[in-house]
Write a protein that binds this ligand. Structure first.
Ligand SMILES: [Cu+2]
Length: 232
C-alpha cells in the first residue's frame, strides 16, 4: 500500500503541454502516455510511422489544399506546416505556410485553425497533384530554446475532399498568429514578396536580395486576410 502510494507520487509528468493535431487526423495521439516510444521531440513525426495506427485511414484532402486545425498549449511558438509526397514520406520539403512559406509567430493557448492552407502551384512544385496522391503533413512548433516539437498526419489528395466547415474551424479566444518578415518586404502590403519566389520549400526568411534588410518586423495577418490569401 505504501509502495503504491509512493509510485503514484514519483510518477513523472511525462507529457507537458506540447501541441495536438485536431485536423487532419494525426498518426497517433502523441499527447497520450500509452506509447512510451512516441515523443514530440523526435524528428520528423514524433517517432510515429506512416499509417502506424492501422485502424485509421488517410484523411481526404482537397487537391488545391485543405484545412489544418491545431491544439496549441504553449504561450507562443513559431509554426511550420510542411508537406511531403508519397506513402512513406521521408522529406517534408514543401512549406504550406502562407505566402510561400512565411515564418509564423503564433500566440495564445487553444485552437488555431486554417480553413485552407494552399498547396503551392504546380509551377513552383514542378509536379501536379493528382487524384489519389498520398502524402503526409508535418506540423512543427519551435520555442525560444530552438527545440522543436513534431506531429504528422497522413492524407490522400482527392477532389471529393472538403474543407472544414466554418464553425469547425474557429480560433480560440486570444489565439492569434502573425507573420514575421523582412522589413523591406513588409512594405508590399498584402502582395506576394519577391524574396520568396523560385521555390516552394525552404525557410521564409531566406533572401538573396536583402542586403539592406537586416531588421525583422511583424506584420499582422489582417493584411493577408484583406488580400484574400489566407483565411484564419
Ligand atoms: Cu510542451
Amino acid at each position: 500500500m505504501k509502495a503504491d502510494l509512493l509510485a503514484t507520487i514519483v510518477l513523472p509528468l511525462a507529457v507537458s503541454a506540447h501541441f495536438g493535431l485536431n485536423y487532419p487526423t494525426w498518426r497517433a495521439d502523441s499527447l497520450a502516455e500509452t506509447n512510451e516510444s512516441i515523443s514530440q521531440w523526435s524528428y520528423p513525426c514524433a517517432n510515429v510511422q506512416p499509417m502506424q495506427n492501422t485502424s485509421l485511414q488517410r484523411t481526404p484532402w482537397p487537391l488545391e489544399g485543405g484545412s489544418v486545425s491545431l491544439d496549441l498549449n504553449h504561450h507562443w511558438t513559431y509554426l511550420f506546416v510542411n508537406l511531403g509526397f508519397g506513402a512513406e514520406v521521408t522529406n517534408f520539403n514543401i512549406s504550406l505556410n502562407p505566402n510561400g512559406g512565411q515564418l509564423i509567430n503564433q500566440t495564445g493557448n487553444g485552437t488555431f485553425c486554417w480553413n485552407q492552407l494552399r498547396v503551392p502551384s504546380s509551377e513552383l512544385l514542378g509536379l501536379t497533384i493528382t487524384e489519389g496522391q498520398e502524402a503526409s503533413i508535418q506540423v512543427v512548433t519551435v520555442g525560444d530554446s530552438g527545440s522543436a516539437l513534431y506531429n504528422c498526419a497522413d492524407i490522400v489528395f482527392t477532389s471529393n475532399a472538403t474543407l472544414l466547415a466554418a464553425d469547425q474551424c474557429v480560433n480560440s479566444t486570444g489565439v492569434t498568429a502573425q507573420s514575421v518578415e523582412l522589413s523591406s518586404a513588409s512594405n508590399a502590403t498584402g502582395s506576394s514578396h519577391g524574396d520568396h519566389s523560385g521555390t516552394a520549400s525552404g525557410s521564409a526568411a531566406s533572401s538573396t536580395s536583402s542586403g539592406a534588410a537586416s531588421s525583422l518586423t511583424v506584420s499582422s495577418f489582417m493584411g493577408l486576410l484583406a488580400a484574400g490569401v489566407l483565411v484564419l
